[in-house]
Design a protein around this ligand. Sequence first.
Ligand code: AVI
Length: 320
Amino acid sequence: MDTTKHKMTSQFAKDVHEGLSAPQKFLSSRYFYDATGDKIFQQIMAMPEYYLTKCEFEIFNQQKDQILSAINPGSKFNLVELGAGDGYKTKILLEHFLKQEANFEYFPVDISGDVLMTLKTDLNDRFPQLKVTNLNYEYFEALERLNELDDSPKVILFLGSNIGNFTPERAQSFFEKLNKVMRPGDKLLSGIDLKKDPHTILEAYNDPTGITRSFNLNLLKRMNRELGANFVIEDWDHFPTYDPFTGECRSYLMSCKKQDVTIEATGHTYSFRDSEPVHMEISRKYRLDEIEDLAGKTGFEVSQHFTDSRDYFVDSLWNK
Ligand code: AVI
């Protein structure tokens, strides 16, 4: 590795340097989501192999009544969604809650201000009676600010199996931190992908059309554009795996040959062996008993599991 001293100005550059300097190289999947990555992820959610979105959609459609009964405190509540995105599935709940005249306000949380503005405009058009307040902060800061604003009980949504992208240690510390900023009586509804036939899981991350492949490769293109890297995209291959013991789907980008890549923003050149993997993402699957264990360890009490008709996915409701 070239050791030329350069100032690594952005967190992105620092994280990339850390990952590509490690003995087992890695990049963080949080950087997948630039404008192109967001679009590719929309395509992933629409793929027939990517069952996760369809399952959560089915759960909300079929069980919206039961979900409302389970979360409704009977007084005004604040519905807070962590990582709201385009609110595609949440709209089913919002529409139903409004029809049932539930007394609530909606607080979407996202670090992208653009995403939040688009969502708010869309929701104002569709549901003019719904009060929407954007919280353009990191998750925990958003919850702390909301605590200062309003005493109403909170129902926090953390959907789409986003928790699966955390290592088990990070998932545990995430729920512990969440528990600390929640008040007694607050509830958490987490969408979590379940362990199942490993072929079904692997196919969701290895579609024949190559959409997931381009999702991973897009991070190399992003580094070329934003960090002045010189990755040759054709020299990289997408390689997903699934371990049925741990429930971890992992994706790697494999170097197709021995090669060097220089990144201006880090001031370093990185060497890759032929067939050397770079770990990109973990998408962990859980069993219901593992979810219950995680809830108990992090200070929650499981109230109810809402599963789809094939038991592929759960929206698990926890009480603080
Ligand atoms: C956002 N997250 C829950 C997705 C997942 O299933 O882990 C990201 C994804 N990666 C590849 N396909 C979808």
